[in-house]
Design a protein around this ligand. Sequence first.
Ligand code: ATP
Ligand code: MG
Length: 261
Amino acid sequence: MSAVVLKASNLRVSYQRSGGRFLALDDVGFELVRGQTLAVVGESGSGKSTLAYACAGLLAPEQGSVELLGRPLAKQRAKDLKWQAQHLQMVFQDPVSSLNPRQTIAKSLAEPLLSIASEARPAADEISERLAELITQVGLRQDVANRYPHELSGGQCQRVAIARALANGPEVLICDEPVSALDISVQAQVINLLVELQQKLELSILFIAHDLGVVRRIASQVLVMHKGRIVERGPARQILRDPQHSYTRNLLASEVKLVFG
Ligand SMILES: Nc1ncnc2c1ncn2[C@@H]1O[C@H](COP(=O)(O)OP(=O)(O)OP(=O)(O)O)[C@@H](O)[C@H]1O
Ligand SMILES: [Mg+2]
């Protein structure tokens, strides 16, 4: 199979606003290769989340296409959406609100395991084993299973959200600013976890970030967005060392330095 797991081509998305239509994505495309992390960076409003939603099938582009593992993203059929959910998952910025406050962590983690196509669904006695494995995998203690999201820290909730996203073993993870809402001291720990999981599980990650500090540690390739367009792209090492575009240079100048330990 091709090494490209997620491919976006010529994406165009606009939103209706009071003054008319606003172009949020203008001819955006990329290829995410198996086992790599492609970072999308840009200031607030540059179109990063819009790109993430289009790639996850959460919004339909007016133009262009997205292919997951060589298959175009399907529109509506439940069977196709289940297939997509099995192979691509998202991690959002706000870890607490991405979990159901009324459900224990165990229940939240079991949900995706029970929702997939019956042939791939684990048997009842395998579920608790898989839950324990997921909790360990994201560096949490087993006693979180019976707790509620509000009883955990933001960093712990984001670990649970990552475990939930990984429950069915997706190949592709889209992380939309997964550490922006966390304390600066916790940000590096969660990034370290993602790097570790990526290597262990051979994940491919589309990683969205505001600033380049977090990207340094995790990205293989970088794509810089400005006003809905890609203004620069290339290997992370090259872009971070020798940015060509003035916008990228400004982003680098405002970088927050994280300590990865
Ligand atoms: N549903 C919507 N209706 C109208 N405009 C929208 C909508 N969603 C996003 N926009 C606008 O589209 C542009 C791109 O938004 P988007 O959320 O993709 O940016 P972003 O790069 O993710 O920003 P941030 O870093 O703040 O998360 C912004 O100007 C935003 O105001
Ligand atoms: Mg966003």
